[in-house]
Design a protein. Structure first.
Lengths: 272, 324, 541
């Protein structure tokens, strides 16, 4: 028993001594989170004493945290809303956006599917339940199994805004909670249609041309592919030059930063 | 069985002894001490009650604003669940139906297998085999739910698509099969305990009258142990109702009521999956957030009423046995 | 007739019960066996030289001189691969060729600025190299051999121009002649196919061997090494040797997958040799060796579990489990003792029982919500502690979750102790408390241990309750119980739904799940052994 108390005491003491370095706190989107994670891991491998925490809660929470001064960088998969800006300015905080990467959402089907391209309208009608068989869009006579990401994900948000034009999906649409799951479902189901980030397209699923544009790094970064969006990091004003915050949110401009963005399945912005 | 009638409570037993050994003063002291001890024990036991009350309180507190915004009848009758749409609709009927479908189907698979296995372990095999098999079955409970989820998505779903030609492999059937497997250890374990707790007398009496094993088990053992078996089923059912991660991965999560209603090869979405899947990124203090907590309350009420029913059932069974 | 029916029904019933148990065991095997099979490959596998490089760099493990020799050996074989590839690419990779031409032109410009020449001369030379560059670019983009030859020959015409010799611009000529040479050797009609294929081949080779010697070290740890495992390498080789294609057999019917040999595709070109060479020398290129990587269980992980092991996860799981047991065992035991020994059948007790049953049925995700709102957002700030997810909060939440399991099992165990034991003790004048501790508790111990086993497995395996209360996917090793931690259960969930990287390392995904199962198995076995020993001891007395 004594030993236990001693152990606990020692543990608590050592804990209070930690955390002296200048802390950098990031909060926000689960989409941007992995990029921030990768950056943080790289920064820590160079400066082990750094204290960087990345919280993945959601874009709205990120904005709120920046407004309240709870974080240094807000990761957001959408631009700040008017209301959030107003709140921020009222509190003397001036959000500055850094676009760290582009996120393209690819509509994918099983590789055995003869359909090679669809228009945005067709995809929307499939998800709304108006088109239920592949033969209606020039494919084989197969019922369409429609797979969507969960409604709280950033990928869903992009798809919902850019493809669905904010219309409701049909009740028969299946939901999966991650990109790997969506990939696995499409890979194993011949009649499936789903959507995943560009990084998840491999030889097991085929990305469709949308409105006659093939999803590639070039078309996404160049803005010609219709289902793509920028990913942001917001700071309070432009960060003090040379500060950790400044280094962190301009890291995407370096070659290493772009490499990390790419390994996480996003499209680096400067790689035209 | 018959032993229960001879039970002397501790109070009675000590009451018999005390006047012989103790002075009235000591007796009083001992009485107060035991009362205090009992009170302390009672308080500790009440931790569970406290936990339940706290859970109810905290979940209800977050759900209350929702009920002031959206009428209860719309919540319970409407089948449209579009919490993120511009004109958000919170109809939970399809989700409730999904939970019911998955749970009932899971019970249909797991109850026969579970009870038969329990009978096999308690009445048919030797003690040695039982001592080996029971931990193995308990091991099934130790497999993390994520592992079952993997299995459901990567193995079971493609298999069902290829074998039965279902258009989608992640459906109510898939989820209920996996849930059945997850509920089985509980059902087998608890049912086996209650069946073997009956003791040999009843069985011996039945066998001596010339009954076969089948007749003994069906006419004597199972009726005598039925309270424990029902408890086992209800515990298994609760595991099925409350399971989250597996259902989220295996059921397909389409917020619809299958049409025709008996077609369990269609995707459904359960209450737990909805909470787990949507809670993470829902902004606080929004109708959607409150709605998820309202779903939590719904689940609590569901499990609580299941309990009340089972309690009623068990007490009636007890009384019936007492009269025999 | 009746008798035979009874006989048959009896046999059939016995058979049925046996079938159901067999079914159960079968399920266990079907679910567990493939998982364990795949998971074990996280620990036992054929490791290539890349694996040993990684171990050296990240964990400082292995013999440096031996490793250097091994690397040198494999590099000498790899050189040939790179050379063949580069030679072929000179004529194929027009994009990088164009880039080179542009760079040379730019470089020449800046060189001129440093030279002491007149403005006229400068403009003249600049426009000359610009024209040469544009000619080259036209040649690179052209698919017509005559046009290519014409352009390259025009460029080569300036080869001996004294103004360009010994300047950086002279590199343009080499570029042109090289291109012409390789353009003549390949079928230009297949150009598009080639350049598409070559990209995949290059990627496969990069996946196999990692970055080329001399290239800068990539930022991501994952990209610094090639295929560390033989199974990974086999996949890369498959991609390298075979192109996959989906072809139409009938219109409006599903496509059919076919495999095309790349060696066949590149027949007659420089690259053909590459495939044969690699097929023959694959062992020497990678040097695979069967390895037992037991450090998997203590190593930290890198790049979202791409490399490394599950050490911190195991630590976190054990910590949370033990701390949770510390709360739940006494609490459950006392509650059970009270319910059996002291409580009579009054409404208060009935309510308690009902609450315990309800608690058993509360969905695990609701426990998560409860743990977040009560322990972290309400209780911790109240007690002056920091309001954040931590091991303590997770353990407490899990303790509440398993409380009903513990109570129920102990209750059954205590109830099963024969009444005569207690009566004997009580009649000897022992107090109720003494009787319970010295007589009832030891006799009930096997059953109580069953309860411990069940709650232990539940605590270690649950994911949903710790989602919000103390588990993180990535983070430092916890220093105290007030830090959040990684756990095996949350870790496997996170890998299942995580990012792209976890998709590439199925062995690590399964490895983590299997580690969890094995950990629980070990804890279970411990408890079961304990249970049998106690049981034997009791019987012996």
């Amino acid at each position: 028993m004594k030993q236990v108390i001693l152990f606990v005491a020692v543990v608590i003491l050592t804990a209070s001594g930690a955390g002296l370095a200048e802390p950098l706190q990031l909060e926000g989107s689960t989409t941007v989170g992995p990029i921030a994670d990768a950056f943080a891991e790289y920064f820590k491998s160079i400066y082990p004493e750094l204290d960087i925490t990345v919280k993945k809660t959601g874009s709205g929470d990120g904005a709120a945290a920046l407004v309240d001064g709870r974080c240094d960088i807000a990761n957001m998969s959408r631009f700040m809303k008017e209301k959030e800006f107003k709140q921020a300015v009222d509190k003397g905080i001036f959000p500055v956006a850094h676009v760290v990467a582009m996120d393209g959402v690819c509509v994918v089907v099983h590789p055995s599917n003869p359909v090679k391209e669809l228009t945005t309208t067709q995809v929307r009608e499939i998800y709304m339940g108006k088109i239920t068989n592949w033969s209606q869009v020039g494919g084989a006579d197969m019922p369409i199994v429609v797979i969507s990401r969960d409604t709280s994900s950033g990928t869903y948000e992009t798809f919902h805004n850019l493809v669905m034009a904010k219309k409701d999906m049909a009740p028969a649409v299946e939901y999966v909670n991650s990109n790997p799951q969506a990939h696995a479902r499409v890979k194993t189901t011949t009649g499936a249609i789903g959507y995943v980030g560009l990084g998840f397209v491999d030889r097991n699923v085929r990305a469709l041309k949308i409105d006659d544009v093939e999803p590639t790094k070039r078309t996404i970064a160049g803005g010609t592919y219709p289902v793509a969006r920028p990913l942001y990091m917001f700071t309070n004003g432009y960060p003090k030059l040379g500060s950790l915050t400044h280094k962190f949110c301009t890291f995407y401009l370096t070659e290493k930063g772009q490499e990390l963005v790419e390994t996480k399945g996003f499209v680096p912005l400067t790689n035209y | 069985m018959n032993g229960t009638k001879l039970i002397l409570t501790r109070g009675q037993a000590t009451g018999l002894n005390r006047p012989l050994a103790l002075t009235p003063g000591q007796d009083l002291k001992g009485y107060v001490a035991s009362l205090l001890g009992r009170a302390v024990l009672f308080l500790i036991t009440c931790t569970s009650v406290l936990a339940v009350l706290l859970i109810f309180f905290f979940v209800c507190r977050e759900a209350l604003p929702f009920l002031s915004k959206i009428s209860l009848s719309e919540f319970l009758i409407n089948t449209e669940w579009y919490p993120e749409a511009d004109n958000a609709r919170f109809g939970a009927l399809a989700l409730i139906a999904g939970s019911v479908y998955v749970t009932i189907a899971a019970l249909v698979f797991s109850v026969p297998v579970g009870i038969l296995s329990a009978v096999f372990l308690s009445d048919i095999v030797s003690f040695r085999i039982r001592a080996f098999v029971k931990p193995v079955i308990e091991l099934l409970a130790a497999i993390p739910s994520v592992a079952y989820g993997f299995f459901a998505v990567l193995v079971l779903a493609p298999w069902m698509q290829n074998k039965f030609g279902f258009s989608t492999g992640t459906n109510a059937l898939n989820a209920s099969l996996i849930l059945a497997v997850m509920a089985l250890p509980t059902i087998v374990s608890v049912a086996e305990d209650s069946i073997s707790a009956l003791g040999p007398e009843l069985r011996e009496a039945s066998y001596s009258l010339g009954a076969t094993r089948f007749e003994t088990i069906f006419r004597v053992v199972i009726p005598a142990a039925h309270s424990g078996i029902i408890a086992a089923i209800i515990l298994g059912m609760m595991r099925a109702v409350g399971e989250t991660m597996v259902v989220w991965m295996a059921s397909g999560n389409a917020a619809q009521i299958p049409r025709p209603w008996w077609d369990i090869s269609q995707s459904v979405r359960t209450i737990t999956a909805t909470i787990a899947g949507e809670m993470g990124e829902t902004p606080k203090e929004t109708p959607h957030y409150w709605a998820l907590f309202a779903l939590g309350v719904l689940l609590l009420i569901l499990t609580f009423s299941l309990n009340v029913v089972s309690e009623f059932f068990l007490s009636r069974a007890k009384r019936a046995l007492g009269k025999q | 007739m009746r008798l035979s029916f009874r006989y048959i029904s009896d046999k059939a019933f016995t058979g049925l019960t046996a079938v159901s148990v067999v079914l159960l065991s079968l399920v266990l095997i079907v679910v567990l066996a493939p998982m364990i099979w795949r998971g074990s490959s996280a620990v036992v596998f054929k490791a290539t030289v890349e694996f040993r490089k990684m171990q050296m760099d990240l964990f400082n493990r292995g013999e440096p001189s031996e490793l250097q020799a091994e690397i040198a050996r494999t590099e000498s074989f790899r050189k040939e691969v790179y050379e063949t590839l580069d030679k072929f690419k000179k004529g194929i990779d027009t994009e990088s060729l164009s880039d080179q031409a542009r760079r040379i032109h730019r470089q020449f410009g800046s060189e001129l600025r440093l030279r002491n020449i007149t403005g006229d001369e400068y403009t003249q030379l600049r426009s000359l190299t610009r024209e040469l560059r544009d000619r080259l670019l036209t040649a690179f983009e052209s698919r017509d051999i005559a046009e290519i030859r014409e352009n390259i020959e025009y460029v080569s015409g300036y080869k001996n121009d004294p103004r360009l010799t010994d300047t950086s611009a002279s590199a343009l000529f080499e570029l042109g002649t090289n291109y012409l040479e390789s353009a003549q050797s390949i079928d230009l009609k297949q150009f598009e196919q080639y350049s598409e294929s070559i990209e995949e081949i290059e990627q496969s080779i990069r996946d196999l061997f990692g970055p080329r010697p001399g290239e800068p070290t990539p930022a991501g740890v994952r990209l610094r090494y090639g295929a560390t495992r033989w199974d990974q390498a086999a996949k890369c080789l498959d991609r390298l040797f075979w192109a996959q294609k989906w072809v139409e057999t009938e219109p409006a019917k599903p496509l059919i997958k076919i495999k095309l040999s790349r060696a066949h595709q590149f027949a007659g070109t420089e690259l053909e040799k590459l495939f044969e060479y690699m097929e023959q020398n694959v062992q020497k290129l990678l040097n695979p060796r069967l390895t037992f990587y037991w450090q998997y269980f203590i190593d930290d992980s890198f790049n979202s579990h791409y490399f490394g092991g599950v050490g911190p996860e195991i630590l976190g799981t054990v910590l949370i489990t033990l701390l949770g047991m510390l709360f739940v065992v006494p609490l459950g035991l006392i509650s059970a003792a009270y319910l059996v020994e002291c409580a009579s059948d009054n409404p208060a007790v009935r309510i308690i029982r009902m609450c315990i049953n309800t608690l058993a049925g509360v969905p695990s995700i609701v426990f998560g919500l409860f743990g977040l709102t009560f322990f972290i957002l309400y209780l911790f700030p109240l007690l002056g502690a920091e309001s954040k997810g931590c091991i303590l909060a997770a353990s407490l939440t899990l303790a509440v979750l398993t409380l009903p399991v513990m109570i129920r099992a102990s209750e059954e165990a205590i109830r099963a102790v024969p009444q005569t034991y207690k009566e004997a003790s009580l009649s000897l004048g022992a107090s109720g408390f003494r009787t319970f501790v010295t007589v009832t508790l030891p006799a009930a111990l096997p059953g109580i241990l069953t309860g411990v086993i069940l709650s232990l497995s539940r605590i270690a395996g649950e994911t949903a309750p710790i989602l919000f209360t103390g588990a993180v996917a990535l983070g430092p090793v916890p220093k105290s119980v007030f830090d959040p931690t990684r756990t095996l259960s949350y870790g496997s969930y996170d890998m299942a739904v995580g990012d792209r990287i976890s998709m590439m390392v199925p062995h690590n995904q399964y490895g983590m799940v299997v580690t969890l199962v094995i950990l629980i198995l070990c804890l279970n076995t411990l408890a079961i052994v304990l249970r049998t020993r106690v049981f034997k001891k009791l019987k012996g007395q």
